[in-house]
Design a protein around this ligand. Structure first.
Ligand code: ADP
Ligand code: ADP
Length: 222
């Protein structure tokens, strides 16, 4: 079953002489349960594509469908709720809330959605991500690697259908990277989730079910 599908997605920034064609006709189809890695040089359009897949920005042309729903047809409010329920984001800047502690950050999307966190499940994730003992600490006192793991825990906590991750292991050492990806993989296979991740790390990309390469805003290897 296809969970994610883009048709001829183009994204242009600016106009006239300053126009940047960040995406230039992307057709991508991702199956439920798939782990997809996106690779490509800096500036090739990877982050832009991830933003389009998550409905964080609208394509200039073309469509993005999640679970058969076209994102650009949703109203802003609808899209916000849809995103919160269906998608877990792991961004490079983590977007953690400094006034909240580690545990509160992890369960925040669930609580915003009016749900009670499954405490046992959340503590399981905290254990597996080696975050035990940090639960009551504020996130700005943590190392980059710890913050990255909190962001991953937060993305997993609500068991979203899709996880979109930009360099999810970019701040972790090789051993921890492999462990964290192993955990992500286990989680997505267990809960039938789908993971789309950008990575520069070849070892990490090799752990995916499929690798696509973006060059100049186009998929050049499917
Ligand atoms: P990647 O993630 O592969 O490094 P990006 O998607 O960030 O690539 O960028 C693709 C191209 O679009 C680059 O040329 C980048 O400078 C440009 N770009 C990205 N975001 C913006 C923006 N908000 N405004 C203008 N240009 C942008
Ligand atoms: P990455 O490290 O994934 O390649 P970038 O450094 O290209 O990401 O982009 C980081 C953020 O800055 C993205 O959200 C992107 O949209 C934005 N961005 C990238 N290039 C530009 C640009 N030329 N003008 C404005 N925003 C940009």
């Amino acid at each position: 079953m296809k969970i994610l599908e883009t048709k001829n997605v183009k994204k242009y920034y600016g106009n006239g002489d300053n126009c940047v064609k960040a995406l230039d006709g992307v057709d991508l189809s991702v199956d439920k349960g798939e782990l997809l890695a996106i690779v490509g040089t800096s500036g090739s359009g990877k982050s832009t594509l991830l933003h389009m897949l998550g409905g964080l920005d609208i394509p200039t042309e073309g469509s993005v469908m999640i679970n058969g729903k076209e994102l650009s047809k949703m109203k802003e409010e609808q899209l916000t709720i849809f995103r919160r329920r269906q998608i877990g984001f792991v961004f490079q800047n983590y977007n953690l809330v400094p006034m909240l502690n580690v545990y509160e950050n992890i369960v925040l999307p669930l609580e915003l959605d009016g749900n009670k966190p499954d405490r046992k499940y959340v503590h399981g994730i905290i254990d597996l991500l080696h975050l035990k003992g940090t639960e009551t600490r504020f996130t700005n006192g943590l190392s980059g690697g710890q913050q990255q793991r909190v962001a991953i825990a937060r993305a997993l906590a609500s068991k979203p259908a899709i996880i979109l991750a930009d360099e999810p292991t970019g701040n972790l050492d090789s051993k921890t990277s492999q462990e964290v990806l192993g955990l992500l993989k286990m989680s997505i296979k267990k809960f039938g989730q789908t993971l789309v991740m950008i990575t520069h790390n070849n070892e990490i990309a090799q752990l995916a079910d499929r690798i696509i390469r973006i060059e100049d805003g186009r998929i050049c290897e499917g």
